[in-house]
Ligand binder design. Structure first.
Ligand code: ATP
Length: 429
């Protein structure tokens, strides 16, 4: 609404330790502002008196520790006040983590820089994992730490487009509207939105990401002391559970926060402590404010994330359309094909798919609407283990002229020669 429609403004008074839960309407953005008192949005303090604009369908809460008055201007799907929240238990976790960071920093010596907390947040879908991760990072950043945010959620990640696992240092409390700054994250491209497409590859990429971070930490006592907060997927049964254990192990997590599920908590407690008795496995309550999202919403969210990569959150970026000859593109797919030709196998043996096999992709119409990653690899055999510079989106395949048109975030030559293809597609709307 325009500034003139003052009549539409609704004022909400929040008592201490309560929150205003909002789902923005489906059509137009919602503006809110802090009129008095103090309040935060998922760990980041609201600036006084300044209107913040949230996009349609955005779901969030304004929490106050000491009381606040909030103005709302625009349509909401729902908005209500809740005074029962798990925030006190969350901030207590933060206080413990903070003490550990201080201890790590204080005991740093020339030879060995001690490790701050490595926190991993686990739980079923829609238990508030991403939100808790965000709060812990923002509270730490407010205190002057630069913790590393690791996002292993290939479906609903917060750092880059779907289908990736990634990490980035958090230097300032996370902006409630813009989210995590997209500058220079460390990104590995899995290429699918569910790990079951290639569990082996997922594990390899988790390992690569962990090793790269470990290398970075070894030269940086400050970020080592600040530690990391790792967000995970909501898949917690069967292979999903195995992948959680794999992540805890690979990142050497020393704090496991289990959100909202007794069974997962007791299973992890038993299995994790068996391997390393020094890990703290902590059960935390799910917030009643967490909104469940159905598969259709998740799909829509993924599409929006991809759109945001190319066009920016508010259409503030303009991607460039480029044209390339078929012969100039080197596209690879990881996994899938048979490992050895039939003839090379012992009689009776079935060919097994090698999950890490690299196969060149023939360019045809199947490439249309595919999102490809631009690998940093300089040789094909590095592709599986390399991180990626960014993404391109195929908008046209001209078979006759043997030319591909694609969108890239910036003009000019791509930052790498090799492209990686998964099952990730996007329909520009
Ligand atoms: P996933 O299943 O994708 O891993 P998750 O467990 O990470 O989900 P979140 O993304 O943290 O869950 O939360 C789900 C949705 O609920 C998000 O849109 C988030 O902004 C919203 N949400 C979380 N906490 C609150 C709250 N207290 N009040 C209002 N909305 C909230």
């Amino acid at each position: 609404a325009a500034a003139g429609s003052a009549s539409a403004i609704k004022q909400v008074k929040l008592e201490k330790e309560s929150e205003l839960r909002i789902e923005v309407g489906h059509e137009t953005p919602l503006r809110i502002r802090l009129v008095s008192g103090t309040a935060e949005i998922f760990g980041t303090e609201m600036p006084p008196e300044i209107w913040l604009s949230f996009p349609p369908r955005h779901k969030f809460a304004v929490f106050t520790w000491y009381g606040a008055t909030i103005d709302m201007d625009g349509d909401t799907e729902t908005d209500y006040t809740a005074d029962e929240t798990p925030m006190v238990s969350y901030v207590n976790v933060h206080a413990i983590l903070d003490a550990r960071r201080n201890r790590a920093k204080a005991s740093a010596s020339d030879s060995e820089s001690p490790q701050g907390p490595r926190v991993i947040v686990v739980g079923p879908t829609d238990s508030g994992k991403s939100t808790l991760t965000r709060m812990l990072l923002s509270w730490a950043a407010k205190q002057g730490w630069k913790p590393t945010f690791v996002d292993l959620d290939i479906g609903q990640g917060s750092i880059t487009i779907p289908g990736c696992i990634s990490a980035t240092p958090i230097e300032l409390p996370i902006d409630p509207v813009e989210g995590v700054p997209l500058e220079m994250p460390l990104v590995y491209f899995f290429g699918h939105v569910t790990p079951s497409n290639n569990v082996e590859l997922y594990k390899v990429l988790v390992k690569e990401l962990a090793h790269t971070l470990e290398r970075q930490f070894s030269g940086n006592a400050e970020s080592r002391a600040a530690g990391m907060v790792i967000n995970t997927m909501g898949w917690i049964e069967g292979v999903g559970y195995e992948l959680l254990q794999h992540a805890i192990d690979t990142f050497k997590a020393n704090v496991v926060l289990v959100l909202g599920q007794e069974k997962l908590f007791s299973m992890l407690k038993k299995d994790v402590l068996k391997i390393n008795p020094n890990v703290d496995v902590v059960k935390l309550q799910r917030s009643g404010g967490v909104v469940s999202r159905n598969p259709k919403f998740r799909q829509k969210f993924r599409s929006l994330r991809t759109r945001e990569y190319f066009y920016g959150l508010t259409n503030d970026l303009s991607p460039h359309a480029n044209i390339a000859n078929f012969s100039d593109l080197f596209i690879y797919r990881i996994g899938g094909g048979p490992q050895a030709p039939h003839s090379a196998l012992p009689i009776g043996a079935k060919p097994v798919a090698d999950p890490l096999r690299l196969a060149p992709v023939n360019i045809n119409r199947d490439l249309l609407h595919v999102v490809l990653a631009v690998s940093f690899a300089t040789e094909p055999d590095q592709i599986v283990s390399s991180n990626v510079a960014g993404f391109i989106y195929v908008t046209e395949v001209d078979i006759q002229r043997k030319k591909v048109t694609y969108l890239a975030p910036s003009p000019g030559e791509l930052p790498g020669k090799f492209l990686v293809m998964g099952t990730l597609t996007w329909l520009e709307t």
